[in-house]
Write a new protein. Structure first.
Length: 600
């Protein structure tokens, strides 16, 4: 044993994990020292998450495991729950990739955090409540008092991920294992969370094992990098050295894919075949409201306020904004999964019924959706092949079984999945594989418009590039229109013709993709651009973080809803809500848009 290994906080020796004849981790060895950050990178299915689960003692009973996992010299691999519970939460904690599966659906967010402190004897009742609420605020959860009382299903995907991060950090562990910790977060909150993790590491000597496909996050948040492929370590070293000079073909492919996002230019503007723009989808003055119960009283929550948009055949419109800004509510209302309170939705000039169940089969076929949480959107009782084939059974009942099987096989290839995956179930897939199945299920219907709610967030950079390339190829072949909801501005830059920026349910800027990156008009848009961790940025540079926290959408501030966080705010912003003013290239809702120069 080397001196470095003896002094390690965590040492993994010859770790192997297999399921039957399928080896998912193959004799993997590494060590992490106190306060060190080590990134574990690899494509979906490479064994990253299985490694983390093995360290935490959370592998399923059918997993065959060998090797050693030493925490300060004590082997925890194969230990019982009594011993493991002495280490989990207090000594080492994990942020999981899928927050909905990790959080208890029957317990409020605040009580889940309190229980960690109470069960480990770290605080009494009143102190546990205070610390739980403080942690929710610290991870940037908007309106933390309200979310403290909420259940996981009442939060957006990004909010759930922040709550999960809070639960991992609240006991101040020595080692934090973060499995895609910012995948579901918008860029400003991603910057806040990464800053928070960095601060806690400095203050408390916390070590970090960071599992991510985002090489921008790797570059700015780890000292060392390990790259694994098919369960085997293929490359390791100082992060800057590995990313600047990768030696293995798989690493080169990952770095190239990440670099391709950053240099991508916006696609050309979409038009109809005769050269004249023609609207496929039109949304006019759409408003979505919910009723919230606070303090025994009911209050109206305006998730989407008076938003209009249009999409042409073959065009991609991106919707960008922080968690809770109304992006997903807008998309769900358009597709008919939420009733709009006001406004209209029309497809090729035909007004659509509010709810999807009242729409015709032909309308439902033409408008498909890929959801943010792939595993939750797939039927756990059906095989992958059956899930992809099911729309054909509904919409093309006369198709033969052989025809369906051919169509499914072709679709699996098109989304980058192997034929053997068609017999697996959703829980047997990685997050990236599950998302590709969801995309295949939507595309097999050859829709006119595809609504993608964070559709590539769970994918590593090279597979994400393949999926985005697939969607672009579909556009070229069939004039597929895309409504893309994303927090990843590199996806916006590569895919979109036009961009809509939302904040607290309102549309605050709309413009062409190229113009957005060249000269944003709204201060919030500038903040989004400044919060992106670039794959080539200097490690000496700090991540940009948002100024302040979003206000409560139940009690929005008077005047401009962004003014409490705006560095350019004037007295008028406190008193008067800006209207969406159309410009030559788009529209912006800012009193000072004409005088501010927010160019890059």
């Amino acid at each position: 044993m080397t001196t470095a290994a003896r002094n390690a906080l965590l040492e993994v020796r010859e770790l192997s994990v297999s399921y039957g004849d399928n080896v998912v981790v193959d004799k993997l060895s590494f060590a992490i020292h106190a306060s060190e950050a080590l990134s574990l990178a690899g494509e979906s299915g490479s064994g990253k998450s299985q490694t983390a689960l093995a360290i935490m003692g959370l592998l399923p009973p059918n997993a065959k495991v060998s090797g050693e996992v030493l925490f300060e010299g004590r082997n925890l691999l194969g230990a019982g729950n009594t011993l493991l519970n002495e280490y989990r939460a207090r000594r080492m904690a994990m942020v999981f990739q899928d927050p909905m599966a990790a959080l208890n659906p029957y317990v409020t967010i605040g009580n889940q955090l309190r229980r960690i402190l109470l069960n480990h004897g770290l605080a009494d009742g009143a102190e546990a409540t205070r610390r739980a609420l403080a942690m929710l605020k610290r991870v940037g959860l908007p309106d933390a008092e309200r979310q403290y009382r909420a259940y996981p299903h009442e939060l957006s995907g990004g909010m759930r991920q922040r709550a999960l991060i809070a639960s991992a950090l609240i006991a101040e562990p020595q080692l934090l294992i973060a499995d895609e910790p910012t995948t579901a977060l918008d860029v400003t909150v991603q910057a806040q969370i990464l800053q928070l993790i960095a601060e806690l590491r400095r203050e408390n000597n916390i070590a970090l094992l960071l599992i991510t496909h985002d090489l921008g996050v790797v570059w700015t948040n780890s000292e060392r990098l390990m790259v694994i492929d098919k369960g085997r370590l293929i490359e390791q070293g100082a992060t800057r050295e590995v990313l600047a000079n990768p030696s293995q073909p798989r690493t080169v492919q990952m770095v190239t894919a990440a670099g391709g996002f950053l240099s991508a230019s916006a696609p050309r503007q979409a038009t109809s075949p005769d050269g004249r723009p023609k609207e496929l989808l039109e949304v006019k003055n759409l408003t979505v409201t919910f009723t919230e119960r606070t303090g025994g009283r009911r209050k109206r929550l305006h998730a989407v306020q008076d938003i209009s948009l249009s999409i042409r055949p073959g065009e991609t419109v991106a919707i960008v904004g922080e968690s809770g800004s109304g992006k997903s509510s807008l998309a769900r209302a358009v597709v008919g999964l939420l009733p709009e309170a006001a406004g209209t939705v029309s497809l090729l000039g035909t007004n659509l019924h509010r709810m999807v169940g009242s729409r015709t089969k032909s309308i439902r076929r033409q408008m498909q959706m890929v959801f943010q949480d792939p595993v939750a959107s797939l039927d756990p009782a059906m095989s992958t092949g059956s899930i992809i084939a099911e729309p054909l059974l509904v919409h093309e009942p006369s198709m033969s079984r052989a025809g369906r099987e051919r169509a499914v096989a072709e679709m699996l290839v098109r989304v980058g999945l192997t034929a053997d995956l068609k017999v697996r179930y959703a829980h047997e897939l990685s997050g990236g594989q599950a998302q590709r199945v969801a995309i295949a299920r939507a595309l097999i219907m050859k829709p006119a418009i595809l609504i993608c709610d964070e559709a590539v967030a769970a994918l590593d950079s090279s597979v994400r590039q393949e999926i985005l390339g697939l969607l672009q190829a579909e556009q070229q072949r069939s004039s597929l229109s895309l409504l893309v909801i994303t927090h990843d501005l590199s996806v916006v830059q590569q895919m979109s013709h036009r961009v809509m920026i939302m904040y607290m349910g309102r549309l605050i800027e709309m413009t062409g993709s190229h113009e957005l990156f060249r000269r944003p008009r709204h201060p919030y848009t500038r903040l989004l651009l400044d919060s992106v961790p670039l794959a080539r940025r200097s490690r000496a540079a700090d991540l940009a973080a948002a100024t302040g926290e979003p206000a409560s959408i139940l009690n929005p501030p008077a005047g401009c809803v962004f003014h409490p966080r705006c560095a350019h705010m004037i007295d008028r912003c406190r008193e008067e809500s800006p209207q969406l003013e159309h410009t030559g290239t788009g529209a912006v809702a800012c009193h000072r848009a004409a005088e501010l120069d927010l160019s890059s």
